[in-house]
Design a protein around this ligand. Sequence first.
Ligand SMILES: Nc1ncnc2c1ncn2[C@@H]1O[C@H](COP(=O)(O)OP(=O)(O)OP(=O)(O)O)[C@@H](O)[C@H]1O
Length: 349
Amino acid sequence: MIAVEGLVKEFKVYRRRDGLLGSLGTLFAREHTTVRAVDDISFEIPAGARTAYIGVNGAGKSTTIKILAGIMRPTAGRCLVDGIEPYRERRRNARSIGVVFGQRSQLWWDLSVPDSFQILRHVYDIPEPVFRRNLALFRELLDIDALGSTPVRKLSLGQRMRAEVAASMLHDPKVLYLDEPTIGLDLVLKTAVRELIGHVNRELGTTVVLTSHDLGDIAAICDRVLVVDRGRLIHRGSLRDLLDTAERRAVVFESGGPRPAAEIAAEITARLPGARASVLEGGRVRVEFATAATTSRQVLGFLLHHYDLRDFYAPEPGLESVIREIYAASAASGPPPRRAGSSRPTAAA
Ligand SMILES: Nc1ncnc2c1ncn2[C@@H]1O[C@H](COP(=O)(O)OP(=O)(O)OP(=O)(O)O)[C@@H](O)[C@H]1O
């Protein structure tokens, strides 16, 4: 569905000079640096996949999504979305995609949500049964009727986001680009939006590309991840594989023996290389360990041999810690610098 090859996007950022003379100077020669926001990225996303595109602030996520959505042209490389080069055929592309950019609105500021939806219905030429089916879905899951006839500009961020998500899906797009779609939503509405995205993915085979700093969104919506760092793709794979790469894991157990939990925890920390044990509420012991120093098998063997294990479980490694590990590894190996190209004077435009 989506094929990206050697995608590059550079921005020229012009330097401002201080003072009147400096300002006059910039009329004749302006210095700039080149920011390489997307740096030779290639990937493919099959139809119906739910992909998280993640990275720290400024990693290049929004820039990539803007290119995929046809809002921006790449400096080099290309992408095809459902056989279309989005920035060359913007109108055709717009019919088959739905977009939510958390900070930007696709609704009419002075109109109510129902009026905005009526306009979108005509813009996209949405057949009546599809329009009615989708409105019923948004009523059920997002309580869209509660937004009433209030103009969009008067809605709270959370209310507007509900309308934005619904608007992006109104015309049954083949691809949904969601940039922070649950920003400003409370937990109940977050869950509803996640359910809605899951629903259209299952029922209509919609391809979903999500960028979010909300790890709950990623875990609930996506089954695969692309991780970008300073414009470069540094990890791709299934969410399951990503979690399996966790270098730190944990087990929690309850000991039936007479020894105090604090004593057991201290013993484990002292004797198991790379392990740190602590006592949880209720006297259970949590052992965190680095898989590079001690394997899961060694930890389990040690615990079984020394203690009377009553209750035992291994919590899932948190997505947050796994992603932190990936960023740390990337920073340590020193990927290409974000700023490509040098500063040079150019004639003023
Ligand atoms: N129009 C622009 N002009 C100049 N630089 C830009 C422009 N748009 C983005 N950049 C720069 O490109 C880099 C990537 O920005 P981008 O918005 O794609 O990051 P992001 O991963 O979406 O970040 P965030 O999580 O904060 O939204 C940043 O260094 C940013 O400052």
